[in-house]
Ligand binder design. Structure first.
Ligand code: SAM
Length: 243
């Protein structure tokens, strides 16, 4: 039976060093490994990054700072399928955490939130909020033994997000209750897709009209009104299960 190691997601730079190299343990990992888990000198952990690389590493306590001795690189199989970006409007914290967990389980590639007119929650420029979301994603990825967690982008305005995603060449769709076009009829499964979903009170008519004017296609997710945290997950599940 293979050894069950504690799994940590790290920035790709940490995994660039040669086999056998001893590298400094970055701060968030240090806290978890040393203060929370109290792993001993020589304990083995697994590190993974967003490029689907995995390395076993040994905790090294001696020396000037806590470090890791890196084992060989193993390339993980990337789950195949469509590249899916979720673009949810910000919602209340508990629902937000649920959304992030389920999006990780179902294999969203990127979560790129927006702040829209009816958002009751606003983050402004607070980087701690994005950090908290990344932690939730990492924990969810660990729980589901998935590959790297979805990439998380800090929230921006609708305008900013549309410009950025349009440049990526992805198909852009906005979930609109009551629209005539079902999601799976509009989205081409061969190309990457970004799905915009509104906050608790929905997008305003002006926002929806503006999005449509920018070439974002409206889609429906069935005949019932879904809650703001359910809609992105329903869209993701539908897209993933079609593959
Ligand atoms: N009264 C709001 C409205 O009509 O937009 C309801 C908002 S709903 C709670 C939150 C978001 O979920 C919506 O803005 C939309 O993006 C998405 N949504 C919910 N149910 C949907 C459905 N059946 N089809 C498409 N999108 C849906």
């Amino acid at each position: 039976m293979s050894e069950q190691l504690r799994l940590f997601f790290v920035a790709p730079e940490l995994l660039d060093a040669d086999e056998g190299a001893v590298v400094a343990m970055p701060e968030p990992l240090q806290r978890h490994v040393l203060a929370v888990l109290r792993l001993a000198d020589g304990a083995r952990i697994e590190l993974r990054d967003e490029r689907a690389r995995s390395r076993v590493a040994e905790v090294v306590h001696g020396g000037s700072e806590p470090s890791l001795r890196l084992g060989p690189v193993r390339l993980l199989e990337r789950p195949s399928g469509q590249f899916i970006v979720l673009v949810p409007a910000l919602i209340k914290p508990k629902r937000w955490a649920w959304l992030l967990q389920k999006a990780t389980e179902l294999g969203a590639d990127v979560i790129a939130p927006v702040e829209s007119a009816r958002c009751v929650v606003r983050w402004g420029d607070d980087p701690k909020k994005s950090e908290r979301s990344r932690k939730i994603l990492e924990e969810a990825a660990r729980q589901s033994e998935g590959h790297a967690p979805p990439k998380f982008l800090a929230p921006v305005s609708l305008e900013h997000r549309v410009t950025e995603l349009a440049a990526s060449g992805a198909q852009l769709v906005v979930a609109c209750p009551g629209d005539d076009s079902p999601l799976l009829r509009v989205v081409d499964g061969e190309r990457s897709v970004a799905v915009f979903t509104g906050p608790e009170g929905g997008f305003t008519d002006a926002e929806v009209n503006w999005l449509i004017g920018q070439g974002v296609r409206p889609v429906q997710l069935g005949p019932r009104i879904l809650r703001a945290e359910t809609a992105p997950i329903a869209a993701l599940a539908a897209l993933r299960l079609r593959a």
